[in-house]
Design a protein around this ligand. Structure first.
Ligand code: ZN
Length: 291
């Protein structure tokens, strides 16, 4: 009996380490401290879904380049509830987050997104990305089975379609790409709105929430973000912006900046090596080019 207990304890200790070393491609986890909020992760992308007694509110299919990804997400939802999927909300228009919605439409979900997202998606007509059924400009509140999910557009930021999703009771927000948690922004800098993003993060900081679910697992360990993480990202953007502004006014954009400028305060952030070039290029676009 005693030996068995020891063996069981060892197994419990060993499992998390093993799990980390070989992280599954797809994983669904319940957000700690909630009864009904889940994170679905596929590779390095993740989305939130909320289960209510009248149905499920899902977000972002995260199935770019994964033809089965949408269906796999639907199946993961079915493992935790037999309630129908009523809504699929797009966080913004970028395909790496929203391709794969067909399985949700087939399951009867209504797709909701920002108005500008629909305009963009219509033009490009990506076969893997169904158009929204309903859009909004500033604010939309979804109420289902006793759960309230607020959708807000707070101005330009990572894109011109990125919204904030907030669960007021749970004090959780889901924001994709604009506020990386504990990490350097990367390629996504290419079409972001630098000055407006600073205002956006200031607005987010004023909202009532405690934890942020990011669209890519937070660093380290897939953690959720806090207001401190949002503030850190804002400080980073301002520092990068001021640094490149000074260089731009000495005529150093693009080449000299991309070769010479470093942001040593942030060199320990995951993604620094790869992300630096994208950050510098975006701010050269702003301060050296005017856009
Ligand atoms: Zn994006």
């Amino acid at each position: 009996m005693r030996r068995f207990a020891v063996a069981a304890a060892l197994t419990l200790v060993a499992l998390p380490a093993f799990g980390q070393a070989s992280r599954p491609m797809i994983e669904t986890t319940k957000v700690e401290g909630t009864d009904n909020v889940y994170i679905f992760r596929n590779g390095n992308h993740q989305a939130m879904f909320v289960v209510t007694k009248e149905g499920v509110i899902a977000t972002d299919p995260v199935a770019y380049g994964r033809p089965q990804g949408g269906q796999q997400y639907v199946e993961e939802i079915k493992k935790v509830t037999d309630k129908p999927i009523k809504y699929l909300v797009y966080s913004h228009h970028h395909y790496d987050h929203i391709a794969g919605g067909k399985a949700f439409k087939d399951a009867g979900a209504k797709i909701i997104a920002h108005k500008r997202a629909k305009e963009r998606l219509e033009k490009l007509a990506d076969p893997a990305t169904p158009l929204p059924d309903e859009t909004f400009e500033k604010q939309r509140t979804l109420k289902l089975g006793g759960v309230t999910l607020e959708l807000s557009y707070l101005g330009l930021n990572h894109s011109d379609t990125t919204i904030v999703m907030r669960l007021p009771k749970e004090k959780l927000i889901f924001i994709v790409d604009t506020i990386p948690v504990g990490a350097m922004p990367g390629r996504g800098m290419i079409d972001m709105y630098p000055l407006e993003t600073e205002q956006f993060i200031e607005r987010v900081l004023k909202m009532d929430w405690e934890r942020l679910i990011p669209g890519h697992p937070g660093q380290p360990g897939g953690r959720l973000g806090t207001k401190q993480d949002a503030q850190d990202q804002l400080d980073f953007l301002r520092y990068a912006s001021e640094t490149v502004k000074a260089a731009a006014r000495e005529g150093k954009c693009w080449d000299a900046v991309e070769k010479e400028v470093k942001l040593p305060k942030y060199e320990k952030w995951p993604g620094y090596e790869n992300g630096l070039q994208f950050v510098l290029r975006r701010y050269c676009g702003l301060w050296g080019r005017g856009t």
